[in-house]
Every structure is written in C-alpha cells, then in structure tokens.
Design a protein around this ligand. Structure first.
Ligand code: ZN
Length: 488
C-alpha cells in the first residue's frame, strides 16, 4: 500500500496590508524525503500521519510540508509553486497511490482564491480522480467552505486550542484512511455552519463555552456509527465568503447521523454566541498593566498579560505602557525586531544600547518605541521545541538579543514566534518563574503551559491588528448575517 503525503498551511489576515511571498514559505519548507526526516516523531499532523502509516507498514510518498504563519494575503505564485509540485509528484505515481493525506489549514487566502484549501484538493483530484480517498487535517481556526467536502473524503480538525493535539489529529485522519481502504468503514460526512465567527482569544478549549462544545463533541465521538467530529471556530480577520464556524461529522455510511451530529454541535455554538464573541474581563492596555503591577506585588507566580491582538509580533502598546508605569521584573519575550538585534550584536554583551524597537508595519502597531538598556545576551535563537505543542519541532527565532530596559527584560528576535511554552526563557538560561510579569502574544496556545506556570491571566484588548472588537473592520466579502459582523 502506498499513501501520498503533503502539507501547506497559512492563516491569512486579509486586512494586513501587502502580501506574503514565496521566500517566507520556502524558509521553513521541506520537500520529498526531507518531510519524513523533519516530521517523524513530532507533534504535528504529518508527524501523526507518519506514525500511523509506518506502524501499519504502509509505504509513504512525501511531496512537501510547508508550515506558513499567520500573515498577509498569500501571493498567487506561492499557491502555484506548491500546488504544481503536488500535482507533478502525485501524477508520477498516480496509479500506485492508494490514497492521500493532506495537512492544510482552512484559512489560507491567496490573491485569487478566498478558499485556497478547496481548490488545492480539487486540483489534486484532477491528477488522482475521485475514486481514491483523500483525508485532510485542518486547523481549528479554519473558515470552511462546505464545498471542501465535495473534494475531500473527510476532514479532521484540531480539537484543542492550544493545539496540543496536532499529532493526534494526523493520527485520526490516517487511521480513518486505512480503515476506509481496508473496507472496514465507508465514510460519510456533514457540515453545518451556525453563522458566527469567534475571535481566536475566545476559542480556548480550556475555558467555557469553547470547552463545553468540545465536551459535547467527545460525547458524540462515543456514539455508535460516529467515526469523527470537529468544530472549527473560524478565523475572524479573513474577509472571505465562507467566514465563520463549522461543525463537521464523519460517520460510517450514515449521512443522517452525520447531519444530526453536525447540527447539534452547530446549535450549541449558536446558543453560546455572545460569550464566544465578546468574552468577559477584557481590559484596556492601561488598566491591564495597572492591574498586573498591583497583583504581581502579592502573587507567588508570574502574572501573565495576554496581548492577543498582536499578529506582527512587534506591536508596542503593552511594552510602552509597562515602561511608562515603571513595571519591575517584567518580561517581554519574542519581540520581533531584526534591526535592533543587529545593533545589540554590534554593541556586544554588557554594553548599553539606545534602540527604536517595533512598530515596523505602520498598521495598528503602536509605532516604534524608544528604549535604552543593557545587552544581556546575543546569539542564534534555534532550539528543539520541548512541547507540548510542536514537541520535537525545530524552532528558529533567528539572530536573537536580550536586553534589560529599566524594569523590563526584552527578548528581541528575527523571525516571528509566540511565547507558547517556557522555551524562550529556558533555552537562554532563564526561567518563567524568574519574572513577576510576563507578556505573551499567543492567543490560546500559551495556556497549555501558562495556566499552570502563571498566577493569573489578564487579557488586554490592545488596538492591534486582530482585536476582539471586529466592528473596527470593514468586511466586504462576508455575507450578511454572520454574527457578530456588521456590514458597513
Ligand atoms: Zn489555530
């Protein structure tokens, strides 16, 4: 038995001015046999595919694995480059292939395509036809067009945000593919879109109501005839026709049951639409920082400030406020500024530096911030992720510098990354517990570690690129009636 494997993922912020081009994808891409070497044993969807298939003695045919980030609209040439590669390579072995496993995202938008994923699968179908199964993993934050299920045999979403189950999602897809090929099951699917979109900060599956929706999904998975279920919370900052949540069910030759499961999950989401889109206890930057400083005085563990609206990794709203309010022993890890890193490198460890950092895009970023401090560390920020999310994956922050500016420890990096675990401290000789206040720009992924490591999480809704308040954006492609979007 021979199974084809490919991955291409991007979470597109269509409001972000400009485009994401091929060099940003190729920097992190793997091709051919490299895919297996890079992903075997990692907590990623492709790592899960490899795990199940190798244990079953299945031969793998890997084409590419391209884990793009969350940035501006993708250039058409990026789509053309990777989709041509997939079609060309799969065509070479089309007769030998029994099926295909794809690791996609669900919120990739190109210059020409609002729903890149459906098109990717449709193009691969041109090569291998509609008889052979194609199973697809997608991110919990995908905006699915129901047409995707005309092209894919079934789709499988991460069921956790933090995405600590990427490997398991790959295993679910691969197990279902093998069961389909052996004739053990005949997958039937249903998708229901409840008509709402959830700002990612409210999609944390460790917090209600997202937690309750996943609990209901788990109950359905135990129901006889149900093979798999997913709830996609959508990606709010993509102005696309298919914006919003989707509930998907996969059953064994039972379309009515699939409809029932998907309808029930979509209904539960709709009933919770207010809490899923507004949340509670969102602070302004000023209030949030004030509260963090006050609470840090009595806390036994660090107070976590969640600056969820930052997508560029270099917005300065929170850092500016920490310095203005004289915060002590605070940490701002993973702050993107390649130029500032170079200045620190030239100055050397122990030197004083005057820097203008952040605010590089000029788009809802708070503008550059002047800081003066002392260089504590310079070098290459490259390490193997300790997990749980992305466990085993190589993380490359690029050239990195750490400075202390008044009471704030600032880690300047070259390639965007969010604080999701303790690695950005421990790999550089520090611990999270060294600090009284820690700023993270992760949305939900940090919770896998910081719900335990932190004393309390204070969510600030800074006026960054992806705030919880969606009314500041002018949506043009989203059809009327998707809660809470208001058409202007
Ligand atoms: Zn996601």
């Amino acid at each position: 038995m021979k199974i084809g494997i490919a991955g291409l993922r991007h979470e597109t912020v269509t409001f972000w001015p400009g485009f994401t081009d091929l060099d940003e994808f190729e920097r992190v891409a793997f091709h051919g046999e490299q895919v297996i070497e890079a992903r075997r044993g990692t907590n990623t969807a492709i790592g899960g595919f490899i795990d199940v298939c190798e244990k079953a003695g299945v031969e793998l045919f890997p084409v590419c694995e391209v884990p793009g980030g969350a940035t501006a609209t993708v250039r058409d040439r990026v789509y053309d480059f990777y989709v041509s590669e997939m079609k060309r390579e799969f065509a070479k072995v089309a007769n030998e292939l029994d099926g295909i496993l794809l690791a996609l995202h669900g919120a990739m938008v190109t210059e020409s395509l609002q729903d890149a994923e459906t098109h990717i699968i449709r193009e691969i179908r041109q090569v291998i036809g509609y008889e052979k199964p194609i199973m697809v993993t997608l991110d919990l934050h995908g905006n699915l067009d129901p047409l995707i299920l005309k092209e894919a045999t079934a789709v499988f979403g991460y069921q956790s945000s933090p995405h600590v189950d990427m490997g398991e999602t790959g295993r679910r897809a691969a197990r279902t593919l093998l069961a389909t090929l052996s004739g053990e099951i005949k997958p039937t699917t249903a998708i229901v879109k409840p008509g709402l979109v959830v700002p990612s900060v409210f999609s944390a599956t460790t917090v209600s109501p997202a937690k309750d929706i996943i609990a209901r999904l788990r109950e359905w998975e135990q129901y006889p005839g149900v093979v798999d279920a997913s709830v996609f919370f959508g990606f709010a900052w993509s102005d696309v026709h298919q914006l919003g949540m989707s509930a998907v069910a996969v059953t064994d030759d039972d379309p009515e049951l699939a409809e029932r499961v998907a309808n029930d999950l979509a209904q539960l989401a709709w009933e919770n639409r207010r809490a899923l889109t507004r949340g509670e206890n969102l602070y302004s930057v000023k209030e949030g920082v004030e509260l963090a400083i006050k609470k840090a005085k009595k806390a036994s563990k660090p107070i976590i400030i969640l600056d969820h609206a930052d997508r560029t990794g270099d917005t300065t709203f929170v850092l500016r406020e920490l310095l203005a309010q004289g915060a002590q022993n605070a940490a701002a890890p993973c702050f993107v500024d390649p130029k500032a890193v170079e200045v620190c490198k030239k100055a050397g460890v122990g030197s004083g530096v005057e820097l203008e950092i952040g605010g590089s895009t000029g788009w809802r970023d708070g503008g550059p911030l002047r800081v003066s401090g002392k260089v504590l560390w310079v070098g290459e920020g490259r390490y193997i992720c300790s997990g749980p999310m992305w466990k085993g994956l190589e993380i490359d922050l690029g050239p990195t510098a750490i400075i202390k500016a008044d009471g704030v420890w600032i880690q300047l990096i070259t390639f965007k990354h969010s604080l999701i675990n303790e690695d950005p401290f421990t790999k550089f000789g520090y611990k999270a517990s060294d600090f009284d206040i820690i700023v993270t720009k992760s949305k939900t992924h940090f919770r896998a570690v910081y719900e335990k490591v932190g004393e309390e999480i204070i969510i600030v809704d800074a006026p960054g690129q992806c705030p919880a308040d969606l009314s500041v954006f002018n949506y043009k492609n989203v059809p009327p009636g998707v809660y809470p979007i208001t058409r202007k």
